[in-house]
Design a protein around this ligand. Structure first.
Ligand SMILES: CC(C)(COP(=O)(O)OP(=O)(O)OC[C@H]1O[C@@H](n2cnc3c(N)ncnc32)[C@H](O)[C@@H]1OP(=O)(O)O)[C@@H](O)C(=O)NCCC(=O)NCCS
Length: 188
């Protein structure tokens, strides 16, 4: 692991950050995935069904080097009132990876969501990365992804309960924001 960056600030993204966030996403995801992720970020920020979004950037002297976005999701059938969010996407500039920037962005986002009363956070991501924040497979807990996840990637669909009493009482199909409602985003 590389040394942590001492002078890093995590703050809410503002509109004028969008270009830097897009450049960062291109660097992190590369030419094949980058353009789609850049479009997804722009779409989610404007998508009424994604609100409220939580968009955080990690900034150092050189500029923005990390970004995470959380968007609103709903559980179907709507029963008990459960507030839920989805983490996607997360990106750290390749020159700054493995310095805990991704970890600090995720932790800061989860804390802010918990403070805002969000109960559950979902992610479709690397099963080797997200369990360190407390995420665990969501399918076996009864949470269906917006689109079927291929069985070999079932562990990539994960959930974290921000309030301990919630996950045992909630289950159902997760309905994501319109901007994320494309089967190609759910193949992992
Ligand atoms: C995944 C990503 C956000 C992690 O950011 P980061 O700042 O490097 O992460 P941290 O420094 O907090 O954590 C580093 C750890 O994550 C692990 N890690 C990084 N990418 C990983 C992956 N794809 N799968 C599993 N583990 C991964 C590293 O091995 C390292 O592990 P260690 O702590 O045991 O040494 C960053 O690598 C990235 O932007 N990747 C490209 C885009 C991407 O895949 N985004 C996530 C999907 S939306």
């Amino acid at each position: 692991m590389k040394a942590q960056i001492l002078h890093m600030e995590i703050r809410p993204a503002v509109q004028s950050d969008l270009q830097a966030i897009s450049g960062l996403a291109m660097s992190a995801f590369g030419v094949s995935e980058g353009p789609e992720i850049v479009q997804l970020i722009a779409d989610l920020l404007l998508d009424a069904t994604a609100q409220p979004v939580l968009s955080l950037v990690a900034s150092v002297d050189e500029g923005i080097v990390g970004h995470v976005l959380f968007s609103k999701v709903r559980l179907e059938p709507p029963g008990r009132r459960v507030s839920a969010a989805l983490l996607a996407p997360l990106a750290v500039h390749p020159d700054y990876q493995s310095r805990r920037i991704g970890g600090r962005l995720v932790a800061a986002g989860l804390q802010q969501l918990a403070d805002a009363g969000v109960d559950l956070v979902f992610v479709l991501g690397h099963p080797g990365y997200y369990p360190r924040f407390g995420f665990s497979p969501a399918g076996i807990k009864g949470f269906e992804a917006p689109y079927p996840i291929p069985p070999q990637n079932a562990d990539a669909w994960m959930v974290l309960a921000l309030h301990p009493d919630v996950s045992g009482n909630a289950c159902g199909r997760v309905r994501c924001a319109d901007a994320l409602a494309k089967p190609e985003y759910w193949r992992e």
